[in-house]
Design a protein around this ligand. Structure first.
Ligand code: PEP
Ligand code: MG
Length: 582
C-alpha cells in the first residue's frame, strides 16, 4: 500500500512509531429488533444490569488509579460515572424499551443519537467536546450488552511485541488510562480538539497524540505502520523505509534530550552573563503542585482557579463553597513549601462557561467573562476572595485578576478585596493583610494604558493567549482561523515588549503566563525584551531552563532591539530563529 499523510491538530508532543490498533465503535455493530410485550421487563433488566456493570468497571478503574496519576484523570472518571447515573442514560432508554419495544442496544443508541444531535446544535467548541463523554459512556454500556471484549482486553490480547498506536473515532479518557501501562505509544482520533478530555489526558500523560484527523479511523487499516508526529499534528501511514528511519532518529534524539533535561532539575536558571530568571508553573488543580515541584519550579505563576468550578458533580450550577475553595488554595500553598502561589480569580466565560445552558452570548469571548462576571456576581466573588485570603495565612499567596481593561474595574476589584478583608477581620479569621494584587494584561486596551495598572497594582502578568486573540481578532478555539494565531505578529511583539519595559522602568514585576512563556523558540526573544519571570505548564519548564542557561543577555538585548524595529514577518521569523544560535 502506498504511504499517505494525514493532518490534524497536535495536542501532545513527541513522536510515536508503531502498528495501528483500530478500535471500532460498538455502536456500528448494534442489532436493531422489536421485542414482544412479555420480553419488555427482561430487556429493561438487561440494560439495567449492563449499566450497573459499567458502574462497577468505572469504580474499579477509579480505585486502581496509581497515586501519582494527574488529578484530571479521577475527575474524568467522575464525569463518566455522573453521566451514567443521569436519567438521560439511566432512565430514558428504559422508557424507549417500554414504549417503543426496541431491544436494549437499539434503545440506548437511539437515546445517545438524540443527545448527540442536541449537543451538535449548541455550536460551542467546548460543549461539543462534552458530547464525546456521553458517547463514550454509551459505548461502554453497549460493549457490555453486546458482550464485545473491552478495549483493554482486546488490546492486551493483541500483538504486544510492537508498539501500538491506537486509532479510533474517539477514545474515552477511561479507556486511555487502561492503555497506559501496555504497549501503547500514541493515539490518533477522528474527532476532538485542543480542549477535549482525551487531549488533556494525553498531554498530562505525555503521550504523543493527534486529534481532529477527520476520517483517519476509516483510512487506516489494522496493523498498518503509523508514525505520529505529535509536534506537528501529522500522521504518516505506511511510511517508506527512509521516512521511517528519519523519524526513528528524531525519536531517539528527543528521548536523549529528555533524559538530559532531567539533570537540570536542581540547576538554578541563570543566563550566561549571570542574570537569574524565575521559572514558575501554571496549574489547574492543587495536586498539580507535585509536577511543578518535580520540574523544579520556583513557585506557581498561574493557578487557573476556574477549574475548581467546572465539571462539578451534582447540580450544574453548584459552586464550590468558600470552605471548599479555601481547602484547595491552602493545599496548593502548603504543597509549594514556602514558594509563592499566584491564584488567579475566576476566569469563567468564553470557552469555559460555568453553566452550559446559560451560554447565550453571541460572542462569548467578548462577553461577560472573568472579572466582568465576578463584578456582576459580588457575593460569589467575595466568597472566592475570602477563601484566597484565608489561605494566605498558610504561605505566600498573590492574587491575580484576569481580563481587566478599565481603571474603574481595578478600583472596584481592589475595593472588594478590602471588603473581603474587613469581613474576615470581623470574623476573626487570619489572612495576609499585605497580600499582593496583580493584573493579567491580556486585553490590548490594558497594554496600551499600562500606567493606570502600574499605579494601582503590585505586579503584572501578560496573558499572551488572550492578548493575541484580542489583538489579532481571532477566536483562539476556532480551528478555521488557527493559522492566523501568530505570537510573532509585530503588533504582539510591540505590546509584549512595551509592557515588559514599562514595568521595568516603574520597578513593578512583570511575568508572562500565556503559552508564549513555555515556547522554547521564543525564550531568547522574551529574555532580550527584558522578561525575568516565565510561567508555564510544568512539562515545558526544563526545556525553557535549558534555553536560558545557553543565553547571553549582552548579545540578546541589542539583537532584540533590532528585531523590534522590523515589521516584515519573514524577517522577524528569521531573526528570532537566529537568536537561538547566538
Ligand atoms: C492567557 O490568556 O494567556 C492566559 C494565561 O490565560 P488563559 O489561557 O487561561 O486565558
Ligand atoms: Mg487569558
Amino acid at each position: 500500500m502506498a504511504s499517505f499523510t494525514l493532518h490534524g491538530i497536535p495536542v501532545s508532543r513527541g513522536i510515536a512509531i508503531g502498528r495501528a490498533h483500530l478500535i471500532a465503535p460498538a455502536a456500528l455493530e448494534v442489532k436493531h429488533y422489536l421485542i414482544d410485550e412479555q420480553q419488555v421487563e427482561a430487556e429493561v433488566a438487561r440494560l439495567q444490569d449492563a449499566i450497573a456493570t459499567v458502574n462497577r468497571e468505572l469504580q474499579a478503574i477509579w480505585s486502581g488509579l496509581p497515586k501519582d496519576s494527574p488529578a484530571e484523570l479521577g475527575a474524568f472518571i467522575d464525569v463518566h460515572a455522573l453521566i451514567l447515573s443521569d436519567p438521560m442514560i439511566a432512565e430514558t432508554p428504559l422508557e424507549i424499551i417500554r414504549t417503543r419495544h426496541y431491544n436494549a442496544e437499539w434503545a440506548l443508541v437511539t437515546q445517545i443519537d438524540e443527545l448527540s444531535t442536541q449537543f451538535d446544535e449548541i455550536g460551542d467548541a467546548y460543549l461539543r467536546e462534552r458530547k464525546a463523554d456521553i458517547q463514550q459512556v454509551g459505548e461502554r454500556v453497549l460493549k457490555v450488552l453486546t458482550g464485545t471484549a473491552s478495549a483493554m482486553t482486546s488490546l492486551s490480547a493483541a500483538n504486544t511485541d510492537a508498539h501500538l498506536i491506537v486509532v479510533a473515532h474517539d477514545i474515552s479518557p477511561a479507556d486511555m488510562l487502561q492503555f497506559r501501562d501496555r504497549a501503547f505509544s500514541g493515539f490518533v482520533t477522528d474527532v476532538g480538539g485542543q480542549n477535549s478530555h482525551t487531549a488533556i489526558v494525553a498531554r498530562s500523560l505525555d503521550i504523543p497524540a493527534a486529534v481532529g484527523m477527520f476520517n483517519a479511523s476509516a483510512l487506516i487499516a489494522q496493523d498498518d505502520w503509523v508514525i505520529i508526529d505529535g509536534d506537528a499534528g501529522v500522521v504518516i501511514v505506511d511510511p517508506g523505509a527512509l521516512v521511517l528511519e528519519q523519524y526513528r532518529e528524531r525519536q531517539a534524539r528527543q528521548q536523549r534530550e529528555r533524559k538530559k533535561l532531567g539533570k537540570l532539575k536542581k540547576t538554578p536558571a541563570v543566563t550566561r552573563d549571570g542574570t537569574p530568571i524565575t521559572l514558575l508553573a501554571n496549574i489547574e488543580f492543587p495536586d498539580d503542585c507535585a509536577a511543578a515541584l518535580d520540574a523544579g519550579a520556583n513557585g506557581v505563576g498561574l493557578f487557573r482557579s476556574e477549574f475548581l468550578f467546572m465539571n462539578r458533580t451534582g447540580a450544574v450550577n453548584k459552586l464550590p463553597s468558600e470552605d471548599e475553595q479555601f481547602e484547595s488554595y491552602r493545599k496548593a500553598v502548603v504543597a509549594m513549601k514556602g514558594r509563592p502561589v499566584t491564584i488567579r480569580t475566576l476566569d469563567i466565560g468564553a470557552d469555559k462557561p460555568l453553566d452550559i445552558a446559560e451560554q447565550t452570548a453571541l460572542n462569548p469571548a467578548l462577553g461577560l467573562r472573568a472579572i466582568r462576571y465576578c463584578l456582576a456576581e459580588p457575593q460569589m466573588f467575595l466568597a472566592q476572595l475570602r477563601a484566597i485570603l484565608r489561605a494566605s495565612a498558610f504561605g505566600p499567596i498573590k492574587l491575580l485578576v484576569p481580563m481587566l481593561a478599565h481603571a474603574f474595574e481595578i478600583d472596584q476589584t481592589l475595593a472588594m478585596i478590602e471588603q473581603a478583608k474587613a469581613q474576615l477581620t470581623a470574623a476573626r479569621k487570619n489572612f495576609d493583610p499585605a497580600i499582593q494584587v496583580g493584573a493579567m494584561i491580556e486585553i490590548p486596551a490594558a497594554a496600551l494604558t499600562l500606567p493606570l495598572f502600574i499605579k494601582r497594582l503590585d505586579f503584572l502578568s501578560i496573558g499572551t493567549n488572550d492578548l493575541i486573540q484580542y489583538t489579532l481578532a481571532i477566536d483562539r478555539v476556532d480551528h478555521e482561523v488557527a493559522h492566523l494565531y501568530n505570537p510573532l505578529h509585530p503588533a504582539i511583539l510591540y505590546l509584549v515588549s512595551s509592557i515588559i519595559s514599562l514595568g521595568a522602568k516603574a520597578g513593578i514585576p512583570v511575568s508572562v503566563c500565556g503559552e508564549m512563556a513555555g515556547d522554547t523558540k521564543l525564550t531568547r526573544l522574551l529574555l532580550g525584551m527584558g522578561l525575568r519571570e516565565f510561567s508555564m505548564h510544568p512539562a515545558q519548564l526544563l526545556a525553557v531552563k535549558q534555553e536560558i542557561l545557553g543565553s547571553d543577555l549582552t548579545v540578546l538585548v541589542p539583537q532584540t532591539r533590532k528585531i523590534m524595529r522590523t515589521m516584515e514577518p519573514a524577517a522577524i521569523a528569521e531573526a528570532v530563529e537566529q537568536l537561538r544560535t547566538m
